[in-house]
Ligand binder design. Structure first.
Ligand SMILES: Cc1cc2nc3c(=O)[nH]c(=O)nc-3n(C[C@H](O)[C@H](O)[C@H](O)COP(=O)(O)O)c2cc1C
Length: 207
């Protein structure tokens, strides 16, 4: 069993990384492997709604010139997903949103029915808004959200400073234990996924 943790910060060893490490270490204690994938600092595209990924059933974004598909490629072997970001103006980082929207649109099938969670770090405020924002795609992709004892946020400014946020770190460990519990139960022999019970009927409410 393996969890993919995505670090959506331009700082590879910043507070997002530190919070995700706390999750990864607690997952390890539960017997679950993890991998932290960093989105890097190179330019990334936003979705241009070309629809090529759907029309050609690519299972990946038609644009292969940035990190989006490198992260999407890791999804099939993941049993759980944790998305992490710094808070920028009360929102997740723009780079993370740009690639994650493309990943959800083109490779959402590999997210479906997998326990998921989001983690946001900030200096002082706005992390709960960033956290809610990151939860939204998972809620549309039939991914059961793993929760914790509080919203999954931690505070810090300088790189790694959030390690001193005791309650924040405890929240990360509790999240990991809850996610491990979900993964183990959903992967059990008696667990039947609800997919295919009813076909999706998309409407625009006017036709
Ligand atoms: C462009 C930018 C915008 C930011 N906006 C906020 C904010 O709205 N609220 C906040 O508390 N901190 C804000 N910060 C501070 C970061 O969220 C904070 O330093 C965080 O720990 C960085 O995470 P990282 O180390 O993973 O990059 C901002 C930082 C930058 C660079």
């Amino acid at each position: 069993m393996k969890v993919l943790l995505v670090n959506g910060s331009p700082r590879e060893r910043g507070n997002t990384a530190r919070a995700l490490k706390e999750v990864a270490d607690a997952l390890k204690a539960e017997g679950i492997e993890s991998e932290i994938a960093w989105i890097g600092v190179k330019p990334v595209r936003g979705c241009v709604a070309c629809g090529q990924c759907k029309q050609k059933s690519l299972g990946r974004c038609a644009f292969d010139d940035d990190v989006a598909n490198r992260i999407a490629e890791k999804l099939p072997e993941a049993d759980g997903i944790v998305l992490g970001s710094p808070t920028y103006y009360g929102q997740p980082s723009g780079a993370l949103l740009a690639i994650w929207q493309r990943i959800c649109f083109s490779a959402g099938a590999h997210i479906k029915e997998k326990p998921a969670a989001c983690v946001a770090v900030c200096r002082r405020g706005g992390s709960t808004a960033a956290f809610q924002c990151m939860n939204m795609p998972f809620e549309m992709l039939n991914a059961p959200l793993a929760t914790s004892q509080y919203w999954n946020v931690a505070f810090g400014r300088a790189e790694g400073e959030c390690a001193a946020d005791e309650e924040g770190m405890q929240t990360m460990r509790t999240l990991a234990r809850n996610m491990a519990w979900l993964i183990k139960n959903l992967r059990g022999p008696n667990s039947v996924p609800p997919s295919s019970q009813e076909q999706w009927r998309p409407t625009s409410f006017i036709r």
